[in-house]
Design a binder for this molecule. Structure first.
Ligand SMILES: [Zn+2]
Length: 109
């Protein structure tokens, strides 16, 4: 079993494991609004619980930035497949929207 911890499912922050009265894994990013944690009697159980939880929350389309990017990419692709692709002003607007969505994702990487 690997000791590798997946990032926080809420903020993407780095997770840490500490031993107190139980094994605790949590997000210790002070800016994380959710600050999730798991408490288990063994380190292995804590890692399994943390990583399972991160898997369940990892739905890219739940991220509004990813959703916006996919929506704009779909608009460009659909426009390309129709006679409307010749409407350069609408295509240009979609390209500008795609650029903005890509910048937002890259800025928060
Ligand atoms: Zn977090």
């Amino acid at each position: 079993m690997t000791d590798e911890l997946k990032p926080c499912p809420f903020c993407g922050g780095e997770a840490a494991c500490i031993e107190e009265t139980a094994w605790v894994i949590g997000c210790f990013n002070g800016q994380c609004a959710a600050a999730p944690s798991v408490w288990e009697p063994s380190k292995e159980m804590a890692i399994a619980a943390w990583n399972t939880r991160a898997d369940l929350a990892a739905t890219p389309l739940d991220d509004p930035r990813v959703f916006g990017l996919v929506k704009k990419a779909r608009a460009v692709v659909d426009r390309w497949d129709s006679p409307l692709w010749k409407n350069l002003s609408h295509t240009g607007e979609s390209i500008a929207d795609l650029r903005a969505a890509l910048s937002a994702l890259e800025k928060n990487k």
